[in-house]
Design a protein around this ligand. Structure first.
Ligand SMILES: [Zn+2]
Length: 292
């Protein structure tokens, strides 16, 4: 069943795939409702003295997907893939530069921002200074990061990958160790932040050790979770700096699994190799279970 749905969802026509997602969701709901185990006695078992309850009403068939439902799914697809400008979204807020590591203007969803400020204030009381090194990154921003690694402009592990890994699929996998392909990054959502650095070695020494230990101990009190922990068998490598605001990101992760198909992940260098990988299951959904 999943395979059939998944193969249907590979269709490039987004409108049709949206219709199918809607029909599938309502169909699943209908199936679950109509197959709920009955707690009533079987109709031929008459229990003396017990009033016979009226039969369950026959459920009304679910209405077909309306243009409004399809429009909402298309809107969410656009958002989940990062095809928007956070500076122009009413859901996002510009982060004051006093809370950021660098001087470039960054944005977050308001809920994430408020939770970060609460967490930052609590950390400061314990002598830990948390600043945002990276926040919302839309598709175009991520595409720029990705393409520069792909074509060798940005070295990866000190190397020009365009020269050292000429095989496209292998180069794609190498970049995936730490970078999401455009359209698959949690940074698109405005729910995820990199704190104080994006370099693992930072946490090998102080103040990184104290900062990470504080986050492990306390971040969940403010709704934050580390999605890329050590010890997972698939997905990105451990990222001690990347924290996700679960009250919003948890639902978005589920929505991503339902709405986004591999055909949606396109429009950057090397995108032809998306078909050779399972980016959605092996990367987007391959996170610390506590972040779901
Ligand atoms: Zn990150």
């Amino acid at each position: 069943m999943i395979l059939i749905i998944s193969s249907i969802l590979h269709m490039k026509n987004h409108i049709w795939s949206a219709i199918i997602v809607v029909v599938f969701l309502f169909g699943t709901h209908f199936y679950i409702v109509s197959n709920r185990p009955s707690t009533e006695p079987a109709s031929n078992e008459v229990v003396v003295g017990t009033p016979v309850p009226p039969p369950d009403p026959v459920p009304e068939p679910m209405p077909p997907a309306t243009p409004e439902m399809i429009r909402k799914i298309e809107e969410e697809r656009t958002y989940l893939l990062g095809h928007f400008d956070p500076a122009k979204s009413s859901e996002f807020i510009a982060i004051p530069l006093k809370y950021t590591m660098y001087q470039n203007q960054m944005y977050l969803r308001k809920e994430t921002y408020d939770a970060f400020l609460d967490m930052r204030a609590a950390a400061l009381k314990d002598g830990v200074n948390l600043k945002i090194a990276s926040a919302a990154r839309n598709f175009n921003y991520q595409k720029n990061l990705w393409n520069n690694k792909w074509n060798g402009t940005t070295p990866v592990d000190g190397k020009n990958l365009a020269q050292t890994i000429p095989d496209g699929l292998e180069r794609f996998k190498k970049i995936l160790e730490y970078s999401a392909a455009p359209g698959t990054s949690r940074h698109h959502w405005g729910t995820d932040i990199d704190i104080n650095t994006a370099e693992g070695a930072y946490f090998d020494v102080e103040p990184g050790i104290k900062e990470y230990n504080w986050l492990v101990e306390n971040a969940s009190l403010f709704g934050f979770c580390q999605p890329y922990t050590a010890g997972r068998s698939l997905g990105y490598n451990e990222e001690k700096w990347h924290w996700s605001y679960v009250p919003v990101a948890g639902q978005l992760t589920k929505d991503y699994a339902k709405i986004i198909t591999p055909a949606d992940i396109t429009g950057f260098e090397g995108a032809t190799y998306v078909q050779n990988l399972d980016l959605i299951n092996d990367y987007v959904l391959e996170i610390n279970p506590l972040c779901r």
